[in-house]
Design a protein around this ligand. Structure first.
Ligand code: XMP
Length: 305
């Protein structure tokens, strides 16, 4: 276990030493890793750091407001409203990997522009130890390792939490006073709600899934799942009043896991499931039905795409 006080002191000194009087930039995702890296870097170099948060339109409900609040003390925070650009870029894209690629490219474009505008010399990243191991071993490419540094010519890359495991990052987050909502959050995929919409992402589907995910997170908090969320998986027939309607099918998923590599679907009680169903169908008249996913990983993945 990391000794948080000592770790923070040393990390701050190291960042100060490395960046000196120059300028640094970090992409904030709202996740705990980049939040901790940003908080450490800000402690070290203050407004020489520009934290950039890109609102892709595929973030959780209230995420942008939450970021503005949590990082309000960083006067150099840049919030980029990029929803239209992301949704335009995703228009007509149905293949899951192509969606990821489009989102990754658009993100680089947004960040590159900010990096050029701020004339940043250093890139700060929230890479943690397991990310490095997985990337080095070629298991999967991590969106926060590589990619960006190839596009913008940085003098150096600073990774203050590179030797920490996730639970240690959470300890440091708490020691830094980052709110529980950041420190304790369940994992959220880099491509955001796009992997919780089967097929093309549209503004309407993003809105349906964002509201439904919020309901699921709220209702299942007491079950303490590894991840719990909703996904728009297709269309089906329902009845609203006297009419048959062709509405969205929303799947609810709640899993227990240790590391995301395997997972078990959680057993939920009927009342909870019914409450979720009634809130989701109640908040949007275009949702025709709600189903609960009982599939473990394997054979399913956790996300839908
Ligand atoms: P799957 O769906 O592959 O997810 O069982 C395993 C874990 O990884 C997250 N996930 C992603 N995270 N970029 C990410 O940063 C991605 O493209 C991505 N796809 C899945 C997922 O939320 C789960 O925690």
């Amino acid at each position: 276990m990391v000794e948080t006080g000592k770790f923070i002191e040393e990390a701050v000194a190291e960042i100060r030493d490395e960046v000196g009087d120059e300028h640094a930039i970090i992409a904030l995702s709202g996740g705990v890793d980049s939040s901790v890296a940003a908080a450490l870097a800000y402690k070290a170099i203050g407004d020489q750091l520009t934290p950039v948060y890109v609102d892709t339109g595929l973030m959780r409900k209230g995420e942008t407001a939450q970021i503005r609040e949590t990082f309000a003390y960083m006067s150099s925070l840049e919030v980029v409203e990029a929803e239209d650009r992301f949704l335009d870029a995703l228009s007509g894209v149905t293949d899951p990997e192509e969606k990821r690629a489009v989102i990754g490219e658009q993100f680089i474009r947004e960040f590159e522009r900010e990096a050029k505008e701020t004339d940043a010399d250093y890139l700060v990243q929230g890479t943690i130890y397991p990310d490095r191991i997985e990337s080095e071993g070629g298991i999967k490419s991590h969106h926060n390792v590589g990619g960006l540094p190839d596009v913008v010519d940085f003098e150096g890359i600073v990774e203050p939490v590179r030797d920490l495991y996730k639970d240690e990052v959470r300890d440091v987050a708490r020691a830094l006073g980052l709110e529980d909502i950041v420190a304790e959050r369940m994992p959220f995929p880099g491509p955001g709600l796009a992997v919780r919409v089967v097929g093309e992402v549209t503004r309407e589907k993003a809105q349906v899934v964002r509201e439904a995910c919020h309901v699921v997170e709220e209702e299942l908090e007491e079950y303490d799942p590894w991840q719990a969320f909703a996904a728009v998986v297709g269309k089906g027939t329902g009845v609203k009043g006297d009419n048959r309607v062709h509405g969205w099918i929303v799947a609810v998923r709640s899993v227990e896991s240790r590391d995301g590599m395997t997972a078990r679907a959680q057993e939920l009680d009927w009342e909870t499931l019914q409450r979720i169903q009634s809130r989701i169908t109640g908040q949007n008249e275009n949702v025709a039905r709600v189903v609960y996913d009982v599939t473990h990983k394997p054979p399913a993945t956790i996300e839908y795409e």
